[in-house]
Write a protein that binds this ligand. Structure first.
Ligand code: HEM
Length: 397
């Protein structure tokens, strides 16, 4: 069978419930959030272990701060991984499901690897706060297992792009390989592009840390200045390295794509250069430049994840696959419910974030009544629960 025909026949015959472009935008947006937290966890767990092994009070304090933050970032990484997973299944289902099944043992296995990695990171954090000795092994094990999940996610995302190889991988010689125990494709520069970025993003996180806590009178100002400087140095070094790896990835792409001329990629490139300029300027005063650097990093990551999507469109375009030609089966009801839930989520999450932000910034008790979003969050939550129960009852009756 012709490959493009095969891909068409693997699509959901029911079609998609709303315009594919909307799912694509949401996929890019949520993947950007996912990968930022992946970066923060990889860099954060690394810094907590590095700080533990390095002697000195500042490193020890930084190690503790990162060990604690990493457990929270780890949870967010997982939650924010589910969203792109769902959007991907809607518009790239032939690719995603086949790639998953080809390495099914790995994909099922990473659930357990994730649980082990999180547990190890948590044990490391708990023991660190109790000042126990010889605990580095927990942190190192967590870091290596996190990388293993990254390797799996990369391989599966990448092998999805080569449908002409699927049969060879599946049949593998004279008999079919049903084990799902092999990762079939790996592209080092692409993988490194996600890993190296971790240290740049974590460096910016350290600048933000120094900026955020500077208002607190119970924080050591010289420690904060050191964190900011170390973070800024790390951010600029790894941003340069990230560019080198990016060029390597660019050169390893199929020449027919001419990706260096792609407008989405070029825009992302300009954003990253701007980020680098801000980071160079930030070396003298990291706390002052923490917010602009973080803002530009966020936009830069969004640019890069959009470029990654543009690249995927070129890969799948080789088989005449386009998400825009997916069969449309408009469902306004479910889309409206999704949009309302999404907006409600934004309000409630904004409220929670503002509470956390204000609580952490001051050593004094916080007066929650000054936060206007509080009332909205409660009413919206009640309204949402009532709507969901109402729909459930209407469907059941
Ligand atoms: C330690 C844990 C994790 C790490 C280090 C990690 C890392 C990565 C990396 C590096 C990629 C990009 C691969 C590439 O494009 O070559 C990726 C993609 C992805 N990850 Fe994660 N991930 C983790 C956990 C998760 C979890 C728990 C989920 C889902 C619940 C998830 C969902 C996804 C999805 C759906 C993609 C592909 C999105 C797309 O292709 O647009 N990840 N992950």
């Amino acid at each position: 069978m012709d490959i493009s025909q095969m891909l068409k026949s693997l699509q959901d015959p029911m079609g998609v419930p709303f315009y594919p472009f909307v799912f694509q935008v949401l996929l890019v947006l949520t993947f950007a959030l996912h990968i930022i937290f992946v970066n923060l966890v990889i860099g954060g767990v690394f810094m907590s272990v590095y700080g533990y092994f390095k002697k000195g009070n500042y490193y020890r304090a930084l190690s503790k701060a990162f060990a604690k933050a990493s457990t929270i970032n780890f949870s967010l990484l997982i939650v924010l991984g589910v969203a792109p997973l769902l959007f991907m299944q809607v518009i790239y289902d032939p690719f995603w499901y086949t790639a998953n099944v080809l390495s099914a043992a790995w994909m099922v296995g990473i659930v357990f690897v994730l649980m082990a990695a999180f547990s190890f990171a948590y044990v490391f954090y708990m023991k660190l706060y109790k000042d126990r000795k010889h605990i580095g092994v927990w942190g190192v094990a967590a870091f290596l297992l996190i990388l293993l999940v990254g390797v799996t996610m990369h391989a599966v995302s990448y092998q999805a792009l080569f449908p002409e190889q699927w049969v060879n991988w599946y049949v593998g010689g004279s008999k079919a390989d049903l084990s799902g125990t092999i990762l079939h494709a790996f592209q080092l520069p692409r993988f490194l592009h996600f890993i190296v970025a971790s240290f740049a993003i974590t460096g910016i996180f350290m600048m933000l840390y120094a900026w955020y806590f500077k208002e607190r009178d119970d924080m050591d100002k010289s420690y904060l200045a050191w964190v900011g400087k170390t973070g800024a140095k790390m951010a600029v070094t790894f941003t340069v390295l990230q560019m080198v790896v990016g060029v390597w990835w660019l050169l390893s792409l199929p020449s027919g794509f001419q990706f260096y001329r792609n407008p989405v990629f070029l825009t992302a490139g300009v954003l990253v250069v701007l980020l680098l300029l801000v980071l160079i300027e930030a070396q003298s005063n990291p706390q002052k430049y923490a917010l602009p650097a973080a803002g530009l990093a966020l936009i830069g990551v969004l640019g890069m994840t959009s470029a990654r999507e543009a690249l995927r469109m070129l890969y799948v375009g080789r088989y005449n696959y386009s998400v825009y030609t997916y069969k449309l089966n408009l469902s306004y009801g479910s889309t409206a419910l999704f949009a309302v839930t999404f907006l409600m989520g934004i309000v409630i999450v904004s409220y929670l974030l503002s509470v956390v932000f204000k609580m952490g910034r001051s050593s004094k008790p916080l007066d929650l009544s000054s936060l206007r979003l509080r009332t909205w969050s409660v009413y919206l939550m009640i309204a949402w629960i009532l709507i969901m129960i109402g729909i459930g009852v209407a469907i059941a009756s």
